[in-house]
Design a protein around this ligand. Structure first.
Ligand code: HEC
Ligand SMILES: [Cu+2]
Length: 361
């Protein structure tokens, strides 16, 4: 009976491989330290700097673990492969445990995870349960919808769709929630991400520190229009720019709702309407026959096809009927068509859209 192969001793090749991996690790760790994350993704809030530090801390120690675990795996697989001429049932070496090695490869990662856990435990609640407390801080409400964002500012009567304006260097608390399904509010440049949950209000607190325009992304799959919930922006502005925007928004809202008069409706521009349709409506509607459904029905032949039940209940629909749906929304068996407020439509926009819908045969 074959009693097994002689135990392998770690030879010079092993130590050479170990040194090569050491050099690769050192280079990788140096790369992590000097890598300028902010050059590729701006750090536009105080928290972003800290999150990046935490990320680098984690990446720094992950490099040697990655290199040594995979390096040894490859090295041993090659070094002790079954060679030509050896029988396929040749017994492998009888490997024994190595107490010291096992102790350290357990202890070091455990300590690292513990430190990472403690750092996160100290950092995260400062931003996700705390509220901005200083005298000049702002509170804004962010509400997720299928498929748009809505922001409510103190002192503004109506919510502002899809645009978040923030004054620079002013602590802000954003109370987030959702009206329908779970969305996730993410601004990569702030390194802030929070699930928006129906029935729950969760605060996020941070201070924007860099003027600019940064993307807002929904990172929770929330329905067919989910991919449309990006390309919406947060604008970090100087105090004076923010105040000017706020004043303009207030004036605009005081004038709203603009009367959708017959004259306005008749002046609709189909070209402008088509652009609006592509920007605001195609997440839920196709410019195709009724049965080409997305969230709502296809909208071609709106004025002629009896398939459109909400419109053609016995009478021919007029532009005013369609305008009424665009203005006030519609709730039916297919779901909820948002109103003009949520779709961000002015009276002129509605007139343009109706003019465009008329051209869809
Ligand atoms: C969030 C999804 C959503 C968006 C965005 C949306 N709609 Fe709708 N829309 C619907 C749903 C759902 C219905 C059907 C409601 C029902 O009857 O059950 C609908 C119905 C309609 C109808 C009535 C159609 C019919 O046959 O009865 C019209 C007209 C319409 N939408 C136009 C628009 C226009 C124009 C836009 C862009 C400004 C738009 N919608 C944006 C979801 C949406
Ligand atoms: Cu979403």
């Amino acid at each position: 009976m074959n009693t097994g192969q002689q135990e392998h001793k770690l030879d010079a090749g092993f130590w050479r491989a170990t040194i090569v991996m050491g050099v690769i690790s050192a280079l990788g760790m140096w790369g992590v330290v000097v890598f300028p994350i902010e050059r590729y993704l701006p750090e536009a809030a105080g928290i972003a700097v800290q999150i990046d530090w935490l990320f680098k801390f984690m990446a720094f120690f992950s490099v040697p673990i990655l290199v040594y675990v995979n390096g040894y795996m490859i090295y041993f697989a090659v070094r002790y492969r079954n060679r030509k001429g050896q029988p396929l049932d040749q017994p492998g070496s009888s490997i024994h445990d190595h107490k010291a090695l096992e102790f350290w490869w357990t202890a070091i990662p455990s300590v690292l995870m513990l430190v990472l856990g403690i750092l996160s435990y100290v950092l995260i609640p400062q931003y996700y349960t705390a509220r901005a407390a200083s005298a000049d801080s702002v509170t804004i409400e962010a509400i997720g919808h299928q498929f748009s964002w809505e922001f409510r500012y103190p002192g503004l009567r109506d919510p502002v769709p899809d645009e978040l304006h923030l004054p620079i260097n002013v602590p802000v608390t954003i109370d987030s929630t959702s009206t329908d399904v779970i969305h996730s509010f993410w601004v990569p440049a702030f390194r802030m991400k929070q699930d928006m949950i129906p029935g729950m209000v969760v605060p996020m607190t941070f201070t924007p520190t860099e003027i600019g325009k940064y993307e807002i992304v929904c990172t929770e799959f929330c329905g067919v229009g989910h991919s449309g919930m990006r390309d919406r922006f947060v604008y970090v502005q100087s105090r004076s720019d923010f105040d000017a925007w706020y004043a303009a928004e207030k004036t605009k809202q005081a004038h709203a709702p603009t009367q959708l008069t017959a004259a306005v409706l008749a002046s609709g521009d189909a070209g402008a309407g088509q652009q609006l349709f592509n920007a605001r409506c195609t997440t839920c509607h196709n410019a195709a026959p009724f049965d080409q459904r997305k969230v709502g029905p296809g909208l071609a032949n709106l004025f002629h096809d009896p398939a459109h039940p909400k419109l053609l209940s016995g009478k021919a629909p007029t532009p005013a009927d369609v305008a009424d749906i665009l203005e006030h929304g519609l709730s039916g068996s297919m779901g909820q068509m948002p109103n003009a407020q949520l779709n961000g439509l002015s009276a002129k926009d509605i007139a343009d859209l109706v003019a465009y819908l008329k051209t869809l045969k």
